[in-house]
Unconditional design. Structure first.
Lengths: 167, 456
């Protein structure tokens, strides 16, 4: 399984920017209890790939959330930010089947939190990654599959399959 | 609804016209017989001549059966008195145009509410607010505010290095889903394109974007690789709007220069604005503009009370600098001409006043209409009635006219950019972008006839 996988080219697949060590499946609901937990854990997972301290990412993600929640409805949130230092796009995933409050636009609890960081200068690429994640998670069965995954490897392989099916 | 409009100037006349077309029973009061005659010939409204501050004249205008009084004479004092009298006579809603901030500001001795005026319309404040927002989100033109301030429409020019250049509309919709924005149209040369999934944004295009007022800051970096900054602002004319704008932005930008031809007015402005550079000279004089550091200017605002001077100074400023230009233009007829001369922001206080008053009258019904691309496209903001065919199915199954786009749904006060699974509920407010040929279809979908009925 690849570790600290960071793409510097336009990613064709989400698995190019996501790795098993950046996926957390909290089946018991004992690790991720709220939005702050989710942002802190995402930041910790993303920090090595982004080349900065976790606290830096956490601050940026929190500032972005303060403007408006990235909880886009149907249990999905896509916190994201860009950093001067980041060498490429990197993503991290939290699956929390129990659901956590996230101030989502539809008021529902969030079960899938997909975090993304990218370099500040490659905004076009960052935008494409966000678009791809949003598109993938728009699919109800894809969301249901992820929520039922029991391990990071299972979640990652689901994403690989779904991502490959996207045009 | 029975509405009494007081004042038959440009604003009163447009209000009477628009509101009577929408099915309201209008009476209009003015002292000027010739103005009333002109209106009476054109519209089916009750014209009453006389001093509207007197109860007898208001009674002749049917005040006792009116649900709303709109006072838009040229005099603040008359408008306030009309509002007070109408309130005492039991009118439910009173709207008054008041331009002098001393009457409603912190120093006012009586609040407007105490006087019985429900809504004060102050076009200067609306204009200054919009200009401040334009400065706070550089690289955009603030074009309109919708849904009681929750949404704004911004205009952008797409540069070669724009991160959005080359993205498909399908991709932009997904990103907009996260950042709460929607690209409404692409203006390419003379064409207005209502974009579909595979369409891409190209350098040289200009686009209109509908976004949440809270997230305008998130949209700018998507459009601009390096968002332009507004450091130097030149304001031509120490009019009330000119001075208010200088006051509102002097702490937000590096340098503000105000140019005023009248020595006394320049001195008064300098006193009020302490610390801001005020030049006494003509904003149409290139030497004066150079002294105001035109070469470094990012935003040039011609805000004097003289249309011709505003137009001339803006043309001059555009020729000799890279500044974005804004001009105050009182003659509504000039507005479409000026956009075609490359003026980015054309401000017409009367159109703004009419728009704002209509918004209050329509609250809970049809809400507003904003024209884009020199009137070749419209943004309609409307409340969805119970029986609307639009509420029957999910958006995916709804037959939406081809040249129209559903921009946003506001449900229980929360704005959402819709997708195929969204469903419109009765009572929601929707924002629809449409080319003229799509409007009849939109009207049918949201059954226009019902929009204009006042709930009983």
């Amino acid at each position: 399984m690849p570790t600290a996988n960071v793409s510097t080219e336009a990613p064709m697949r989400l698995t190019d920017i996501l790795a098993a060590d950046r996926v957390l499946v909290d089946v018991e609901g004992s690790i991720v209890r709220n939005k702050n937990d989710a942002l802190r854990i995402l930041s910790r997972m993303l920090a090595p790939a982004a080349g900065v301290e976790a606290a830096t990412i956490e601050t940026l993600l929190t500032e972005r959330e303060a403007l408006q929640s990235t909880g886009i409805g149907d249990g999905v949130a896509i916190p994201h930010t860009s950093l001067e230092a980041a060498p490429g796009q990197a993503a991290a995933l939290i699956v929390c089947p129990h659901g956590i409050p996230f101030d989502a636009i539809d008021g529902k609890d969030v079960t899938i939190v997909f975090g993304v960081v990218g370099p500040r200068k490659a905004t076009g690429e960052h935008l494409r990654v966000l678009a791809r994640i949003s598109r993938l998670l728009r699919d109800g069965p894809a969301r249901q599959g992820l929520i039922r995954a029991l391990t990071p490897a299972a979640a990652l392989s689901l994403i690989e399959g779904q991502d490959g099916a996207l045009r | 609804m029975n509405i009494v409009v007081v004042g038959a100037g440009v604003v009163g006349q447009s209000l009477a016209e628009q509101l009577s077309v929408e099915g309201h029973r209008i009476s209009i009061v003015d002292r000027d017989r010739s103005k009333l005659r002109a209106i009476g010939e054109k519209l089916d409204v009750l014209c009453v001549r006389g001093n509207a501050s007197t109860p007898s004249v208001l009674k002749r205008a049917g005040i006792e059966k009116a649900q709303m009084v709109i006072a838009v004479t040229d005099l603040d004092e008359v408008n306030m008195v009309v509002g007070m009298v109408a309130d005492r006579l039991g009118v439910e809603h009173t709207i008054a145009r008041v331009r002098n901030p001393e009457y409603f500001g912190e120093s006012a001795t009586l609040s407007m509410r105490q006087m019985g005026i429900d809504q004060v319309i102050d076009p200067a404040r609306t204009i200054v607010d919009a200009m401040v927002r334009t400065i706070e989100t550089p690289g955009t033109y603030h074009l309109a505010t919708l849904a009681g301030g929750q949404m704004v429409i911004l205009g952008f020019n797409i540069a070669k290095d724009s991160p959005a250049a080359g993205l498909t509309m399908a991709e932009l919709r997904e990103i907009g889903n996260i950042e709460s924005f929607l690209v409404l149209d692409i203006n390419r040369g003379d064409q207005v394109i209502v974009p579909r999934g595979p369409d891409t944004i190209e350098p040289g295009d200009s686009v209109h974007v509908l976004c949440s007022a809270k997230t305008t800051k998130l949209v700018t970096p998507i459009i601009h690789a390096q968002p332009p900054v507004v450091n130097v602002v030149i304001i031509g004319g120490a009019s009330r709007i000119g001075v208010q704008l200088a006051e509102a932005i002097r702490d937000r930008v590096e340098r503000v220069v105000l140019i005023e031809p009248d020595p006394a007015a320049a001195e008064e402005a300098a006193e009020r604005l302490g610390g801001t550079l005020v030049l006494n000279g003509e904003p149409t004089d290139l030497d004066v503009l150079e002294e105001a550091s035109l070469d470094k200017c990012d935003l040039f605002c011609a805000l004097s009370d003289n249309d011709q001077s505003n137009i001339m100074s803006v043309l001059l400023a555009k020729k000799h600098s890279k500044a974005v230009a804004a001009a105050l233009v009182h003659q509504p007829e000039y507005v479409p001409v000026l956009s075609s001369l490359g003026m980015e922001i054309v401000i017409n206080p009367r159109l703004i006043t009419v728009g704002e008053i209509l918004m209050h009258v329509r609250r809970g019904h049809v809400q507003s209409v904003t024209r884009l691309a020199q009137g070749r496209a419209e943004i309609l903001e409307l409340e969805v009635p119970d029986a609307s065919p639009a509420t029957r199915t999910k958006l995916r199954e709804l037959r939406f006219p081809e040249h129209a786009l559903l921009g946003a749904i506001v449900h229980d006060g929360v704005m959402r950019i819709p997708d195929g699974d969204s469903k419109i509920e009765p009572g929601d407010t929707v924002v629809v972008f449409a080319l003229p040929d799509a409007i009849p279809g939109i009207e049918k979908l949201f059954s226009r006839r019902r929009w204009f009925q006042w709930p009983t």
